[in-house]
Design a protein around this ligand. Structure first.
Ligand code: ADP
Length: 450
């Protein structure tokens, strides 16, 4: 076991604060790092120590591996928590920390690499017994695209091997559309990831996005913590997430959960991870695995009572999981709303100074946010300013509570997406849990036309 006594949090915003809270509870000292634009951020104020690692652009600060390693050496931090985004799925970063004798709170560099390349990830999923979307065996080139698409059957989706954030993804409904879809996907992939390799999948018409939370100890023990339904998306970005999925029954939940936990045992996976699926007509199809904590992890924490960051820190130090699968108890229903500093209709970012801020409270309410009244949102980073997580004994109770809580939330001085959630919480399809991955975009298109 490697005891961890001081953790450097290589992130910003709500997730830096989230990790800091877990460290405090465990009696572990904290180091915040920040760009010059974030000198007044809450994670910097609350950490035991802080180090400025560079100017505002992420590549010069939050993505600057040398500066982060130097900050560890200066402060004597013996571990790094990467949060999500930034360096959280960067295998080179994990290797460099290892070479410096610093613990990376996450999986091995080998597992990050394996899952980071989507073709390899899919092949690995098949070997581990996880069901995948029918598609090409490997890379698709312009010259073999038509033959492969005919085998799969139209419509098909062209996806970037190095993909992320929905970039480099193009649908071809017919043979005529194929050539252009392949070439656009390849050039988008090259621009976004510096790698033009693409592969092909059957395009599913009306799936839900359902993902399974797993945690492994690195020695062959692994558990699942149920699923999250993240079908409500805009431009492939999740907006509203819930646990459990309104579409699954207990048997389906435990089946897919067990398949994922067994796969992680075989891999000897260490840390928290999420296995993402599309779900259609009762079938699950693997799309990718994220080898890190996810933005929406708190809804899983709400229904299981398990602190995922505590577990991440435990397994990184070799201490093993705090629970066995049999001890995991699922209780009630939770919903997360991602509150962005954006216009709720156009989604144009709205940086600026928050003049008033009142976070709601009461039973079953959690607000994870790094902002406060007087805080000036810098324009350099993504627009997530907070997450509202509501828990109830049933989905109906959870929705009732969410409606009350949204009325109570005050963020003045900037535009936020709070009004969008007020609309959604009163919508009949949402109340029925009747939605797929296209529902939100269709809804936004219809409501803006009227
Ligand atoms: P990224 O890593 O770019 O986010 P994913 O593979 O996770 O890519 O897919 C992102 C989203 O794109 C999914 O949540 C889903 O909405 C859509 N998608 C991906 N694969 C398919 C598919 N085969 N058929 C239909 N939609 C898909």
């Amino acid at each position: 076991m490697t005891a961890i006594s001081k953790i450097l949090i290589a992130n910003r915003g709500e997730i830096a604060l989230r990790v800091l809270r877990a460290c405090k509870e465990l009696g572990i000292a904290t180091v915040a790092v920040h760009s010059t634009a974030d000198a007044n951020a809450m994670h910097v104020r609350l950490a035991d120590e802080s180090v400025c690692i560079g100017p505002p652009p992420s590549r010069d600060s939050y993505l600057n591996i040398h500066q982060i390693v130097a900050a560890c050496e200066i402060t004597g931090a013996d571990a790094v928590h990467p949060g999500y985004g930034f360096l959280s799925e960067n295998a080179k970063f994990a290797d460099i920390l290892d070479a410096h004798g610093i613990t990376f709170i996450g999986p091995t560099a080998e597992h990050i690499r394996l899952m980071g390349d989507k073709i390899t990830a899919k092949k690995t999923a098949v070997e581990l017994g996880i069901p995948v979307v029918p598609g090409s065996d490997g890379e698709v080139l312009p010259e073999n695209a038509l033959e492969i698409a005919r085998q799969i059957g139209f419509p098909v989706l062209i996806k970037a091997t190095a993909g992320g954030g929905g970039r480099g993804m193009k649908v071809a409904k017919t043979e005529e559309e194929l050539e252009e879809a392949v070439s656009t996907a390849r050039s988008e992939a090259l621009a976004a990831f510096g790698n033009d390799a693409v592969y092909m999948e059957k395009y599913l018409g009306k799936p839900r996005h359902i993902e399974v939370q797993v945690v492994g100890d690195g020695f062959g023990n692994a558990i699942h913590l149920g699923e999250r339904d993240c079908s409500l998306q805009r431009r492939h970005q999740k907006v509203w997430e819930e646990a459990n999925s309104p579409a699954l029954n207990v048997e389906q939940r435990m089946n897919i959960g067990q398949i994922c936990a067994d796969a992680m045992k075989k891999m000897k996976y260490r840390g928290a991870g999420t296995i993402e699926f599309l779900y259609e007509n009762g079938e699950f199809f693997f799309i990718e695995m994220n080898t890190r904590l996810q933005v929406e992890h708190p809804i899983t924490e709400a229904i299981t009572g398990i602190d995922l960051v505590h577990e991440q820190i435990r397994v990184a130090s070799g201490a093993g999981l705090s629970v066995t699968q049999d001890q995991v108890v699922f209780s009630g229903h939770a919903i997360e709303c991602r509150i962005n500093a954006e216009d709720p209709r156009t989604f144009v970012p709205s940086p600026g100074t928050i003049t008033h801020f009142h976070a709601p409270g009461g039973l079953g309410v959690r607000v994870d946010s790094g902002v406060y009244a007087g805080y000036k949102i810098p324009p350099y980073y993504d627009s997530l300013i907070g997450k509202l997580i509501v828990h109830g004994r049933t989905r109906v109770e959870c929705m009732m509570r969410l409606r009350r809580v949204l009325d109570e939330f005050v963020v003045d001085g900037i535009k936020t997406t709070l009004p969008l959630f007020q609309d959604l919480v009163s919508n009949q399809d949402i109340a029925n849990g009747d939605y797929d991955i296209h529902w939100l975009e269709n809804y936004l298109a219809e409501t803006s036309a009227t």
